[in-house]
Design a binder for this molecule. Structure first.
Ligand code: ADP
Ligand code: ZN
Ligand code: ZN
Length: 776
């Protein structure tokens, strides 16, 4: 008989394990329904309840009564096993997907059900609902109406001569001659056309096809094929290195280290072309924010309809259609955000991760995986290669490229158009301040704006917003309004004069006087994008040759909330003559405008004081990335970086495009303090509504963890004490954490998984493990 190993999708505190269920014979062949296969959602009972589960393996087992228990403690005896009660969906993943889900759970100490859910199509999961009568029923998911249509296509209609009185035939043929036409349109125009179409089809004059419009390609220009340009010497070397990595078939990694505009994308395109030529598929990951129609169009321009797209801003219906298209095998190339790794593309021989240094490749909710690591695992298993591209590779990747024999690094040293990288000027704001200037824009940046804009050119201004929101402060008593639910100050919003919590969304009217002491002297500190926009407006209006006609396009979390808003703002900027694009970090990525000649960073240093060992690296990357936005075409670009920390090595190194200088300062610090890339870290998060319970549970976990580590690995690891998180209270939840550090070569996950699979959790407190955390 067959036994299914099933991951049951129930909310659970402990890390779950698969359970075994017997599969009735008729279910194997799909008698009266869908066949039971790996990847199907099934209905099972667990602990007296009905639940949805996913089959991760199907094994033949001898039906002997005396088998004892399996690995998971489930009786092997057929008589004792519960049965799979129904198959609810077609298979959404294969054995490889199942293996990946199990690996993810072990690697990231995450619940299995959450890992397996990565592989299911959007909203395709049925829900089990218990009715008033106590009976269970399966609620089908709603994925939106699938847009099916019947289309008439002309075949040999040129030579066909309809009979004289066959008016409908003539009409249909005339319509078809102009292009494919929908049956429903013909029927609307000419009444019942069924017999006419049938007659024409039987003579092979037309063909009637069933077609489905793929949702999710809206706004993508119809594929206008572009021929591959001849590669530069560096590009050819990169493509060859990728070919060699692929031929090795052991999951090699190629780090393509190339400045913005150096032709990395062209390298990916040609490497993909060769992959497809061998009958294998490719996945391309780009940061969510740069998944614009232009990016997609570039891939469709080369590979046409073989491109599928997957990202989180698409509707469920759109994602479902793309998912289904991939599953059908028609898509050869999947372009998407990190979740595109889990689409049902089979036989993937190449994964490309563009802008690999981006933090968004790490998922910040469970399972907290990093796309780079998952792709590396997949390619090692599937015998493909992984390509990482960036102008500012992460320190972890640079380290691997240097130490790991399976990694290689290739450089694209010049921009493809031969233009130099723009010169970067550092403006010392501390000196400006000392000389009496209190303005947000230095004299030099103001002059540069005047010069470029009056020539009809464009500028991009970046407001570095990490930890730099605007807040109210009472000058008399020092009171700062805080969120009642989170341990953070409220951000002042000019619009509507509101105080808003950026963590939980709480908002209140800004008080006219201090609620503590009644003083009217409430000062607004820091500067949000809205405030900067106001100041910039009056600055531009006062500049000769610039004036009010030059638009400011503001791009931040507020202005890009609506679907398509991000794209619309970029189009507005592209269409304008002289204009300023003012925005947060989101403007530093992937934008490619020919006529941007000035890039300004309003405040480069605000990250340096955060309690974050990556602060320097992030600042370095941000400046290099944003500088790449200037002078991409014939016009020379210039970059101005305003900072209060002109001496900081991250800023000095970025300003001279000197990565070596930055690394020489940064790496010894990381080594000394025990940070990546020299160690692996895990962050154990403990949170709950009751602070005392949370603190107690955190202590308990710390003790258990310390004991496991002491017994199993000894002194090589460190388990730091349980302490409140930097953001100690969030949405009325108290948060503690425990940092664990281990040598690179050790398996950091295994002891954590063991602990969380076996310990009895406090039901009032939640806990989760974050392996290789981005933030502490
Ligand atoms: P990156 O991805 O590194 O930013 P792109 O691949 O977008 O660089 O290339 C930058 C520009 O140079 C694009 O307009 C691209 O079409 C062009 N380009 C890239 N490679 C070549 C080449 N070999 N010959 C001519 N133009 C190229
Ligand atoms: Zn006060
Ligand atoms: Zn809040």
């Amino acid at each position: 008989m067959k036994i299914a190993s099933v991951i049951v999708d129930i909310p659970t505190q402990a890390l779950d394990t698969p359970y075994s269920y017997a599969v009735p014979d008729e279910m194997l062949v799909g008698d009266g329904g869908l066949p039971a296969e790996v990847g199907c959602a099934v209905l099972v009972s667990l602990g007296g309840r009905k639940a949805v589960g996913y089959i991760v393996s199907l094994d033949e087992v001898e039906p002997s009564p005396d088998e004892g228990t399996d690995l998971w403690g489930t009786p092997r005896s057929a008589a004792d096993l519960k049965q799979v009660e129904a198959v609810l969906t077609k298979s959404s993943f294969d054995e490889e997907g199942a293996a990946c889900a199990l690996w993810l759970a072990d690697r990231y100490a995450a619940p299995l059900s959450e890992c397996v859910r990565l592989f299911t199509p959007p909203r395709a999961v049925p829900r089990i609902v218990r009715g008033r009568d106590g009976r269970y029923r399966v609620e089908e998911p709603a994925i939106g109406a699938v847009d099916d249509r019947w289309v008439v296509r002309g075949e040999a209609f040129d030579s066909f001569e309809p009979r004289k009185n066959a008016a409908k035939q003539r009409a249909v043929l005339a319509a078809v001659a102009a292009g494919d036409v929908r049956v429903s349109e013909l029927a609307a125009e000419y009444g019942n056309v069924a017999s006419t179409l049938k007659a024409l089809e039987s003579k092979d004059v037309v063909r009637i096809e069933h077609r489905r419009r793929l949702r999710g390609m809206d706004g993508c220009a119809p594929a206008c094929r572009t021929a591959p340009p001849p590669l530069t010497f560096d590009q050819l070397a990169a493509v060859n290195a990728i070919e060699a990595a692929r031929a090795a078939g052991e999951g090699r990694v190629v780090l393509v280290d190339g400045v913005t505009g150096s032709g990395k994308t062209e390298v990916y395109l040609q490497a993909i072309e060769r992959t497809l030529a061998e009958g294998r598929r490719a996945i391309v990951l780009v940061p969510e924010i740069s998944l614009t129609p232009q990016t997609v169009a570039r891939f469709r321009g080369r590979f046409g309809d073989a491109v599928a797209v997957m990202h989180s801003r698409m509707s469920d219906g759109e994602r479902y259609d793309q998912w289904d298209y991939i599953k059908s095998g028609a898509a050869q190339v999947v372009v998407g955000a990190r979740s595109a790794l889990f689409t049902p593309a089979v036989n993937v021989g190449l994964v490309v991760i563009d802008e690999e240094h981006e933090g968004s490749y790490k998922q910040d909710s469970s399972p907290r995986y990093h796309a780079r690591e998952v792709a590396e695992w997949m390619m090692a298993r599937g015998g493909g290669a992984l390509v990482l591209g960036s102008a500012t590779p992460s320190i972890e990747s640079l380290y691997q490229a240097n130490k790991n024999p399976l990694w290689a690094q290739v450089g694209l040293l010049q921009r493809a158009n031969g233009r130099p990288m723009p010169a970067i000027e550092v403006v010392n704001m501390a000196a400006e301040f000392a000389s009496g200037s209190r303005a947000m824009f230095s004299g030099r940046l103001t002059r540069a704006l005047g010069e470029e804009l009056s020539l009809g050119r464009k500028a991009v201004l970046l407001l570095n917003q990490r930890g730099f929101a605007k807040f109210l402060l009472c000058r008399d008593c020092g009171f700062v309004p805080e969120c009642p639910h989170c341990s953070t100050s409220l951000t002042y919003h000019e619009q509507g004069s509101k105080l808003v919590c950026h963590h939980c969304g709480y908002s209140e009217a800004a008080p006219p006087v201090c609620p503590e002491c009644g003083s009217p002297y409430l000062k607004k500190f820091g500067a949000g994008t809205q405030r900067v926009e106001l100041e910039l407006r009056s600055l531009l209006d006062s500049l000769p040759g610039v004036g009010p006609q030059v638009p400011i396009i503001r791009m931040d979390a507020d202005t890009t909330q609506a679907k398509g808003a991000h794209q619309a703002l970029l189009e507005e900027f592209a269409a304008a003559d002289a204009a300023v694009l003012l925005g947060t970090q989101m403007i530093a990525k992937g934008l490619d405008f020919d006529d941007v000649t000035l890039v300004g960073v309003i405040n480069a240093d605000t990250q340096l004081h955060l309690p974050d060992y990556r602060a320097g690296e992030r600042t370095f990357q941000l400046i290099e990335q944003v500088a790449g936005r200037a002078g991409r075409a014939e016009l020379d670009g210039r970059v101005m970086v305003q900072t209060y920390e002109a001496d900081d090595v991250a800023i000095r190194a970025a300003a001279t495009y000197n990565r070596g200088m930055f690394l020489r300062a940064e790496l010894p610090k990381r080594k000394l303090l025990g940070y990546p890339p020299y160690v692996r870290m895990a962050n154990v998060l403990i949170w709950g509504a009751d602070e005392h319970e949370v603190a107690t549970e955190a202590e308990l976990i710390h003790g258990q963890l310390a004991e496991i580590v002491r017994n199993e690995v000894g002194e090589r690891w460190s388990v730091l004490p349980a302490v409140p998180c930097v953001l100690g209270k969030l949405r009325n939840t108290y948060r503690y954490h425990i940092v664990v550090k281990a040598p690179l070569e050790d398996d950091l996950s295994a002891p954590l998984v063991r602990l969380f699979r076996t310990r009895h959790p406090n039901p009032k407190v939640s806990a989760a493990v974050d392996i290789d955390p981005m933030d502490l």
